[in-house]
Design a protein around this ligand. Structure first.
Ligand SMILES: CC(=O)SCCNC(=O)CCNC(=O)[C@H](O)C(C)(C)COP(=O)(O)OP(=O)(O)OC[C@H]1O[C@@H](n2cnc3c(N)ncnc32)[C@H](O)[C@@H]1OP(=O)(O)O
Ligand SMILES: O=CC(=O)O
Ligand SMILES: [Mg+2]
Length: 526
């Protein structure tokens, strides 16, 4: 597609792409880019400065300059239609089959994912938007290669909440004035432009999950984007609602401030546990054993620093009238293996029970077969209430020291843990490169966030001279050998394992720590 109004679409135009990439929608994307991309880049630079301060021995704390916000009396907007009762939220990518299955699943909300669960391949980006439009118009249908037919059921469907890419990612197939556009603004902008009005007409609204924020200033940027977008379409300010994932270590110290910045548009906070663990490792990766996590799969939500984080999240949200939404238990049920299924259901039940008892208003599931369990657990706690915003948890007091108590996590680095990190990391990247950003590996859900933990954990152990439970030190040679052995176990199909192995070494072993594994991975995509 040629250059129009300074916008150039460099990706191929597939079937019906012109319905999404209309001149009017591209004009809107250009306006978003010109108004906000400079600030986006400044805020990314601010992230890097903060990280350098931490590497130089600094720490994280509640901000002195925003004490008035934390101490003040204010509340966020009343919950919007379709977001009052969020006891079960299913997440997943936006291909046609998953879209239909998620909307039909019986969950109250569907997080339509352009982020952790998605490889931002050009067709995934644009066809995901088409599927969302068709779903809202209730005309989305799909026939599988085996001939199984999928259609949306009559009656209530899950409320759609779209998660755009994080601020760090760009969209290389849409250039504005010769520059790559922001992945966040493309995903947000296309959905908002095409679906805001249809969603309002359907009795819901344009709703979003905002990932990987690191500060309230990043929330302020989103809020300004929302005001601009609503004015552009002449929709009242406050129509958009956004739930922010608290899934970076710095953001945990700015929960009140993030809610405050978005208060007119806020729909609460979510405890994004996997990226949170990744961020904990990343931010203090050079600080020896003070911030060292044991094996990824041994870190549970009852570790003191994780407990402090979720307790603070519920307390902060409910004090401000905002929903607190729980996170993802990674255990995936199986329709083929009864034992795997039983374990997954039991683990998920435990996880959701802890969240419901802690005061969360609902939680995430990764698979339709987990919807009934999550619903049952929250039904038991909520009774007739649509949420438990009334449970304000005034007894909760969480200090900076408790949030920072990473060293208090039970467990140690083991060789089995290292092997798992390497194998999962390579398998996940192989899948990602083929266009699938969510995949079941060793009966666990793996996505960009869980894979980030695997690779950053390897980096941290390697660069802090850690010795494993077997007495073996973590070295580059050991990681290389394990990578070869683990790939050898994966069967004869070469897939894209060679490429995935190379990418894994780049993000897990190289001295320069890559900020997000999706950055170099995206450069390998067409
Ligand atoms: C850290 C975070 O950000 S968590 C949030 C991001 N991650 C995610 O959203 C992961 C979502 N989950 C998934 O993508 C999938 O469940 C996977 C990849 C983990 C497993 O998928 P599969 O291997 O297809 O599972 P399985 O074969 O058991 O699926 C059974 C059926 O359920 C459907 N299904 C599974 N998960 C989902 C889902 N999340 N949404 C909708 N449908 C789903 C499958 O499409 C399949 O449908 P079919 O019977 O019509 O063919
Ligand atoms: O996005 C969720 C997470 O846990 O990461
Ligand atoms: Mg995440």
């Amino acid at each position: 597609m040629g250059l129009s109004g300074g916008v150039q679409v460099t990706g191929p135009m597939g079937d019906r792409y012109d319905e999404v990439l209309t001149p009017e929608a591209l004009e809107f994307l250009a306006a978003l880019h010109r108004s906000f991309d400079g600030r986006r880049r400044e805020l990314l630079a601010r992230r890097a400065e903060r990280e350098a301060e931490l590497a130089a021995g600094g720490s994280l704390d509640f901000l002195a300059e925003t004490a008035a916000v934390r101490d003040g009396q204010w509340r966020v907007a009343e919950p919007a239609p379709g977001l009052v009762d969020r006891r079960v939220e299913i997440t997943g990518p936006t291909d046609a089959k998953m879209t239909i299955n998620a909307l039909n699943s019986g969950a109250k909300v569907w997080l339509a994912d352009h982020e952790d669960a998605n490889t931002p391949l050009w067709p995934n980006v644009i066809e995901g938007q088409l599927n969302l439009r068709d779903a809202i118009a209730r005309k989305l249908e799909f026939t599988s290669p085996e001939g199984k037919q999928y259609r949306l059921r009559d009656g209530d469907l899950a409320t759609i909440v779209v998660r755009p890419r994080g601020w760090h990612l760009t969209e290389k197939h849409i250039l504005v004035d010769g520059e790559r556009s922001s992945g966040s603004l493309v995903d947000f902008g296309l959905y908002f432009f095409h679906c805001a009005r249809p969603q309002l007409e359907a009795g819901a609204g344009p709703y979003f999950y905002l990932p990987k924020l690191e500060s309230h200033l990043e929330a302020r940027l989103w809020n300004d984007v929302f005001d601009f977008a609503q004015d552009w379409l002449d929709i009242p300010r406050g129509t958009i609602r956004a739930t922010v994932l608290i899934e970076t270590f710095p953001a945990a110290f700015e929960m009140d401030e993030i809610l405050y910045e978005l208060r007119e548009h806020s729909a609460g906070l979510n405890a994004g546990r996997w990226d949170y663990m990744f961020s904990v490792i990343k931010k203090f990766r050079t600080r020896g054993t003070d911030f060292l996590l044991p094996d990824r799969n041994a870190v549970t939500m009852t570790a003191p620093f994780m407990r402090a984080y979720t307790e603070l999240l519920v307390r902060t949200c409910h004090r401000r009238g905002a929903h607190a939404v729980g996170g993802m238990a990674a255990f995936i049920p199986s329709r083929r293996d009864a034992a795997v299924n039983e374990t997954a259901l039991a683990k998920v039940r435990d996880d959701k029970t802890r969240e419901a008892n802690d005061g969360f208003d609902g939680s995430w599931v990764a698979h339709p077969d987990l919807v009934p369990i999550c619903r049952e657990v929250f039904d038991a706690v909520l009774g007739d209430r649509p949420n438990q915003l009334d449970r304000t948890r005034p007894e909760v007091r969480v200090s900076a020291a408790q949030l920072l108590d990473v060293a208090g996590t039970p467990g140690q680095p083991t060789e089995a843990g290292l092997r798992n990190d390497v194998s999962v990391g390579i398998q996940y990247l192989e899948s990602w490169l083929r266009g699938s950003g969510a995949v079941a590996i060793f009966n666990l859900m793996e996505d960009a966030a869980t894979a980030e933990i695997s690779r950053s954990q390897v980096w941290q152990w390697l660069h802090n001279d850690i010795t494993l439970d077997t007495g073996v030190p973590v070295t580059r040679e050991l990681v290389e050998r394990i990578a070869d052995e683990e790939i050898g176990r994966l069967g004869d199909d070469p897939g894209r394992y060679a490429e995935a192995r190379g990418l894994f070494m780049e993000v897990a072993v190289a001295d320069d720590f890559v900020d997000f594994l999706t950055l170099p991975a995206y450069e390998r995509m067409p």
